[in-house]
Design a protein around this ligand. Structure first.
Ligand code: GDP
Ligand code: MG
Length: 438
């Protein structure tokens, strides 16, 4: 999906003014790309209609950068369909909070019970995992093993007890031991199955869970939509966990399920390991679906946020090893206006490559700290970070409301970055050619 959309946008990005026909042609491509990515046809239809309505408005077509505006409308609409805001888990007013994971066999329920437990313990909770999938002895054992490996308590009664009883007993135990939340692994079949649904309804009625999360395999596309609809009809889902978003990472299923079922995606699973779980951010997935690296570079050109000259000047500084913290701050501030940070950093001349080589990822929060730290330095310190000694560090940490550790980390990361940049310069032969000029 990403590649296809990127192509489309590159094509319309080259044109200056657009006609209504241009927009329609581009949207036909978007439509085809979405359908090929297995997005549900109803979802595609509504999506295209919504984008078209906004895109053929007078203001867009008569503006100087219509292609960029169309792209930005597609992006905004994607974010909207994906749910706009991140929706956190709901907690019961009386602990323990009960979280039921439901879904077809193989979708990733058992794995995600453990992932969710691990994730929530990381947030200071004390989860209890419950093995209520009694139809496959292997499932109980699988959860026990995961619990042992990651030091999470697991409640099970083997495979003879009734699931609803197991869950009730588990909640009682959780109350006594002050464990919260109770995360329940339930049975799944290969297809929707009446007995499975009744069992889940029975558990729901008996324990009134705060969350009933459908675990859906993102690789199954269309199929996932009808499955999700049926689960929702029977159980009134409160959210989704979309698994197997690693690898081929198609956005199709996410888009469809979110849109058809109308409940928020709360987490995405991105691998087999217990820590491969991420809270879901609509903005990020929309960006991923669009392949924003290229799209944003179009927008960048149009808006001239970083002028050609400025960019050449920075490139030279990067390659000659004279890029300093002041330049870094400048670049950060310029790109901050333009959107999600990590993608944007990638586009900076030299910086993206330097960050990639060190595998640095900067979150928006960290970014705010970085900015605060550099702002708390004197111009002299920014230009010559080497002079920043212990007492200067302490002053900077205080001034920026951060810690000495964070200041130290920034300085050492920056130093590493400079080293990588110098290497890049050497590779390009620039250091040797121009090094003497400075
Ligand atoms: P269940 O039948 O719904 O309980 O599914 P399982 O939790 O047993 O998972 C089925 C398979 O999918 C296992 O081999 C898991 O390791 C794998 N799996 C689960 N989640 C993910 C994920 O997010 N990414 C990948 N790559 N594999 C996953
Ligand atoms: Mg299982």
């Amino acid at each position: 999906l990403t590649d296809r959309l990127t192509d489309v946008f590159q094509r319309i990005g080259r044109k200056g003014r657009l006609t209504e026909q241009d927009v329609d042609e581009a949207l036909r491509e978007v439509r085809r790309a979405l359908l090929e990515a297995d997005v549900n046809y109803r979802v595609v239809k509504d999506f295209i209609a919504a984008v078209r309505e906004q895109a053929i408005g007078e203001d867009v077509l008569r503006s100087l950068t219509p292609a960029q505006q169309v792209i930005s409308i597609v992006h905004k609409e994607l974010v909207r369909v994906l749910g706009s805001e991140r929706v956190p888990l709901t907690w019961a007013s009386q602990p323990p909070t009960v979280i039921l994971l439901v879904g077809l066999q193989g979708s990733g329920k058992t794995t995600h019970v453990a992932k969710l437990g691990h994730h929530l313990r990381g947030e200071g909770r004390q989860p209890l995992l419950v093995a209520a999938d009694i139809y496959r002895p292997a499932a109980v054992e699988q959860l026990r093993t995961l619990g042992r490996q990651h030091d999470l308590p697991v409640y099970d009664e083997g495979t003879q007890a009734k699931p609803v009883e197991i869950v009730k007993h588990a909640i009682k135990l959780a109350r006594e031991r002050r464990l919260d939340p109770v995360i329940v692994d339930t049975a799944g079949r290969l297809q929707i199955d009446e007995r499975m649904m009744q069992e889940l309804e029975e558990i729901k009625a008996a324990v009134r869970p705060s969350e009933i999360l459908l675990v859906a395999d993102a690789m199954t596309g269309q199929e996932a939509v009808s499955v999700a609809e049926e689960f929702h009809r029977r159980l009134q889902l409160t959210g989704l966990i979309l698994t197997k978003m690693d690898g081929d990472a198609r956005g199709g299923a996410a888009l469809s399920i979110r849109s058809v079922v109308g409940v928020p995606i709360k987490f995405i699973g991105t691998g087999e390991r217990v820590d491969a779980l991420e809270p879901f951010y609509p903005e990020r997935l929309a960006t991923r679906i669009l392949g924003m690296g290229d799209v944003l570079s179009l927008i960048e050109k149009a808006q001239q946020q970083i002028s050609q000259e400025e960019s050449e000047r920075l490139q030279e500084k990067v390659l000659t090893g004279t890029f300093n913290l002041e330049d870094f701050l400048n670049q950060l501030q310029q790109i901050k206006r333009m959107g999600p940070l990590t993608q944007l950093l990638e586009m900076l001349p030299g910086v993206g490559q330097a960050l990639r080589q060190q595998q640095v990822q900067i979150s928006d929060d960290e970014y705010k700290h970085i900015e605060a730290i550099i702002l708390s330095m004197t111009p002299e310190e920014r230009r010559h970070p080497d002079i920043i000694n212990f007492s200067r560090r302490r002053r900077i940490a205080r001034g920026s409301g951060t810690s000495m550790a964070e200041v130290n980390q920034l300085l050492s990361q920056f130093k590493q970055m400079q080293r990588v940049m110098a290497q890049l310069g050497d590779m390009a032969g620039v250091g040797r050619r121009r090094g003497g000029l400075r």
